[in-house]
Design a protein. Structure first.
Length: 375
C-alpha cells in the first residue's frame, strides 16, 4: 500500500452533513464530515487528547466534536474548543489532527493521503466525458476480500477475459494485437479483439450491430489504485468503467465503481447495466479472492510471466518507482505495533508545522535521494 495518492473515502450520498462517516484506508482510521458551508473534510480519526474515535462524535457548529470529552476540531484539523477549559481556554498547539486535501466529484469524496505539496502530487482522478451530453454514469460500491493490487492487476490482464467471463463468450486474446503505453502515473494496454460470435454472449443483446472494425478493449491504471477499462463495440456503443479502489487492509478492498456508457441512455436501463456490471465483477471476485498468496509475491521468481502480462509488469514497475521514492507503507511494522501505537498518514501540513502527536505511519525506506526523485 502506498501513501501519496488520491483515495476514495466515502460517497457524496453518505456524507449528508448530519453525521461524520468513518472509513478505514491503508489500514488506518479516517473520518469524513461536512462543515457548516457544506464543504467535505477528511481527517485522521484519532483524537489527540486520549485517543477517542472522532467518527463516533457529533457535528457542532460545523466542527467535529470528539465523543469522549467533546474537543471540537475544524476541517483544518485544528482544535477550536476544549469544553473543560471553557470558551476562553488556551488551546495547546499540539491539539491538532491531520487534515487531508479533498476533492468531491462523480459522487465520491476523494482525499489525498500523503504529505506532497500541491505541485508534487498527482492530479485528482478525472473521468473524461462525465456529465457530457450523450453519456450516462452510474455509481456503486462493493467490498471484496482481496488485496487491492490483485484487483488492479486483474483488470489490467487482457488474457483472463475469455476464461473468467462467461458474458464475453469467445472473445479471443491475440498477442499480436496488443499495445502497451505508459506515462509517469499510468499504464494502459490496448487490445483489438475478435468480436464474439453470434449467440455466444449477452453483449450482442445490448445492440445488434457489433462491428469487427470497432471492437476493441483497453484497460489501464492511474496511480496505485485506480483502474480504468473501456470496451468499444462501435463508436456509439462504448462502455467505460472506473474502479476507484480503497485499500482497507492487506486483504480487504472497497471499490467505488463508476460505470459510463454512451448508449441506452434512458434511466430505465440503469438497473440492467448495473446488474450486468456487477455480474462481471462477481466473476473476477470469485477468482481474485482465491489467489495464493493473498498479496502479490515480493519476488518475480515466484511467478512465470508471459506475453499478455506486460501491463501488469508496467504497473509493478510504477509501484517499484513509488516504493523507491519512499511512499510504500511498511505493513509488517504496522501489524507488529497494532494495539500499541496510533499512527497517522502524514498530511501536507506536516511539512509546514511541527509538534504532531501521532507518529507518521512507518514507510519502507526510500532508495532515491529526494533531489533525484521525479515529482
Ligand atoms: S479523547 Fe477526544 S476529547 Fe478526549
Ligand atoms: Fe475481469
Amino acid at each position: 500500500m502506498y501513501i501519496d495518492f488520491w483515495y476514495p473515502i466515502c460517497t457524496t450520498a453518505q456524507l449528508t452533513g448530519t453525521a461524520p462517516v468513518k472509513a478505514r484506508v491503508l489500514t488506518l482510521p479516517f473520518v469524513a464530515f461536512r462543515d457548516g458551508d457544506g464543504q467535505a473534510h477528511v481527517l485522521s480519526d484519532t483524537c489527540v487528547h486520549r485517543g477517542g474515535g472522532l467518527s463516533r462524535g457529533k457535528l457542532v457548529n460545523g466542527r467535529l466534536a470528539c465523543p469522549y470529552h467533546g474537543w471540537q476540531f475544524e476541517g483544518s484539523g485544528h482544535c477550536a474548543l476544549i469544553p473543560s477549559l471553557g470558551p476562553d481556554g488556551n488551546i495547546p498547539a499540539r491539539a491538532k489532527v491531520d487534515s487531508y486535501p479533498v476533492v468531491e466529484r462523480y459522487g465520491i469524496v476523494f482525499a489525498f493521503l500523503g504529505d506532497l505539496s500541491e505541485t508534487e502530487r498527482p492530479a485528482p482522478p478525472e473521468i473524461r466525458d462525465y456529465g457530457q451530453p450523450g453519456w450516462r454514469a452510474g455509481l456503486v460500491t462493493f467490498d471484496i476480500d482481496a488485496y487491492f493490487e490483485r484487483s488492479i492487476e486483474n483488470g489490467l490482464d487482457p488474457v483472463h477475459n475469455e476464461f473468467v467471463h462467461a458474458l464475453q463468450g469467445n472473445i479471443k486474446f491475440r498477442p499480436d494485437r496488443m499495445q502497451v503505453t505508459e506515462d509517469e502515473w499510468s499504464s494502459t494496454v490496448f487490445v483489438r479483439m475478435d468480436p464474439p460470435k453470434k449467440g455466444t454472449t449477452q453483449l450482442e443483446n445490448l445492440r445488434d450491430d457489433l462491428n469487427p472494425e470497432h471492437f476493441s478493449a483497453s484497460s489501464g491504471h492511474y496511480g496505485a489504485n485506480t483502474l480504468i477499462t473501456r470496451i468499444s463495440l462501435s463508436k456509439d456503443n462504448v462502455f467505460v468503467q472506473y474502479f476507484f479502489e480503497q485499500p482497507v487492509d492487506a486483504s480487504h478492498t472497497r471499490i467505488f465503481f463508476v460505470n459510463m456508457r454512451n448508449c441506452m441512455l434512458e434511466e430505465q436501463n440503469d438497473a440492467r447495466m448495473e446488474q450486468i456490471n456487477l455480474a462481471i465483477a462477481g466473476e473476477d471476485i470469485a477468482v481474485i479472492t482465491q489467489l495464493n498468496p493473498v498479496r502479490t509475491p515480493e519476488s518475480s521468481t515466484k511467478e512465470v510471466l508471459v506475453v499478455g502480462d506486460e501491463c501488469i509488469g508496467q504497473y509493478r514497475r510504477h509501484l517499484g518507482e513509488w516504493e523507491r521514492r519512499g511512499w510504500r507503507l511498511d505493513l509488517k511494522a504496522l501489524e507488529a505495533t497494532a494495539g500499541d501505537v496510533a499512527w497517522a498518514i502524514p498530511s501536507p501540513e506536516r511539512r509546514r508545522s511541527k509538534n504532531w502527536v501521532l507518529d507518521p505511519a512507518p514507510l519502507l525506506p526510500a532508495s532515491v535521494p529526494p533531489s533525484a526523485r521525479r515529482s
